[in-house]
Design a protein around this ligand. Structure first.
Ligand SMILES: O=C(O)C(=O)C[C@]1(C(=O)O)C=C[C@@H](O)C=C1
Length: 278
C-alpha cells in the first residue's frame, strides 16, 4: 500500500498538500488514514522515502514570498534515489490561533520560520513586543496554545478546526497572494513526464563565465528557465550548487541534447525529475 511521508503533526500545510495529491492521483485511497505518515522534520520525511520506508514524500520547496525552502533543496542534492514526480501549488492563508480574547493578552507566538516570515509585517504592526518562537512546523505550537491562554500560533484554519482552538484574526499573511509549491518525491524513476524538469549542478571552476556556459546550453535551444536558485556546497565559502527549473520534459530530444552538453560544462549534474505542476 502507498504510504506518504510529510511534515507533521496533523494540520500542517504539508498535510494539506498530501491530501490534495491523494485527491488528484488516488481518489480511492483518500479516506484511508493508514496512508498518511507525519514526520517531525522535512529531512526526516525525505529520508523515509529515500530509504524505502514510505513510497512518497511530499515536501514544500518554494514560497511566493519567502523563496526556496533550503532544507528541501539540500536534501534533494544529497538524495541518491528520489525523483520529483509531481508539483502541487497551494494557496497559503495564515490564521492567528489563540485562546486570548484580545491581541494585548498574547505574550508568545509559535510558528514554523516560514509562517513567522510570511506574517512578519503583520506581527511588527500588531504584536511588536511578543516573543516569536520558531517551531519545526506550523502545528507544533498548538499544544502549547491549548494549555496557555497567553500563547498564539500561526497556522491554517484547518489546523484550528482539528485542534478545536479559536481563531482571533484571519488572514494575517502580509501578501494576500501567498502560494507554496510542494514536491511529490518518489523512488520511481520511470515517472519522467510532464511539462517541467528540475536539475541541480555544481560548477567545474569558479572563474569568469563559469555559470554562463550552463545557462547558454538552454538559451541556445530556446528552452525557458522558470527558476534559478543557489545553495552553498558546504565544501568551502563561495562555492555553490545551482538549482534550475526548465519548461521542458526530459524525453524531448532537444532537452536530452541539452543535458548531454550540460554534463560537459558542469562538475556534478543531478537530474531531479520531469513532472506536471497542478
Ligand atoms: O509548517 C507547515 O505547516 C508546513 O507544511 C511547512 C511550510 C513551509 O516549510 O513552507 C509549508 C507551507 C507554508 O509556506 C508554511 C510552512
Amino acid at each position: 500500500m502507498t504510504k506518504i511521508a510529510y511534515l507533521g503533526p496533523a494540520g500542517t500545510y504539508s498535510e494539506m498538500a498530501a491530501l490534495r495529491y491523494l485527491q488528484l492521483s488516488h481518489p480511492d485511497l483518500e479516506h484511508d488514514p493508514s496512508i498518511m505518515c507525519p514526520y517531525p522534520t522535512i529531512p526526516q520525511a525525505i529520508n523515509a522515502a529515500e530509504n524505502g520506508n514510505v513510497e512518497i514524500a511530499i515536501v514544500p520547496v518554494e514560497n511566493s514570498i519567502q523563496g526556496g525552502v533550503t532544507m528541501t533543496l539540500d536534501s534533494l542534492w544529497q538524495s541518491e534515489a528520489l525523483q520529483i514526480q509531481q508539483a502541487i501549488v497551494l494557496p497559503i492563508a495564515h490564521a492567528l490561533i489563540t485562546r486570548a480574547a484580545i491581541l494585548t493578552d498574547i505574550k508568545t507566538v509559535y510558528s514554523h520560520p516560514q509562517g513567522l516570515a510570511q506574517c512578519q509585517l503583520w506581527l511588527d504592526c500588531h504584536l511588536p513586543t511578543v516573543q516569536q518562537i520558531a517551531t519545526d512546523s506550523t502545528t507544533d505550537g498548538l499544544q502549547r496554545v491549548a494549555e496557555d491562554g497567553t500563547s498564539a500560533a500561526i497556522a491554517s484554519q484547518r489546523a484550528a478546526e482539528l485542534y478545536n482552538l479559536p481563531i482571533l484574526q484571519f488572514p494575517i499573511n502580509d501578501q494576500p497572494d501567498n502560494f507554496t509549491r510542494f514536491l511529490v518525491l518518489g523512488r520511481n524513476t520511470s515517472h519522467r513526464q510532464g511539462t517541467h524538469s528540475s536539475l541541480a549542478f555544481s560548477l567545474k571552476r569558479n572563474m569568469p563565465g563559469a555559470l554562463v556556459k550552463p545557462l547558454l546550453v538552454f538559451a541556445d535551444r530556446h528552452i525557458n528557465l522558470s527558476r534559478i536558485e543557489s545553495r552553498p556546497t558546504k565544501r568551502s565559502l563561495g562555492e555553490y550548487i545551482f538549482f534550475i527549473d526548465i519548461e521542458a520534459a526530459l524525453p524531448d530530444a532537444n532537452c536530452c541534447e541539452a543535458l548531454e552538453e550540460l554534463k560537459t560544462v558542469t562538475e556534478n549534474l543531478k537530474i531531479l525529475g520531469s513532472y506536471a505542476i497542478t
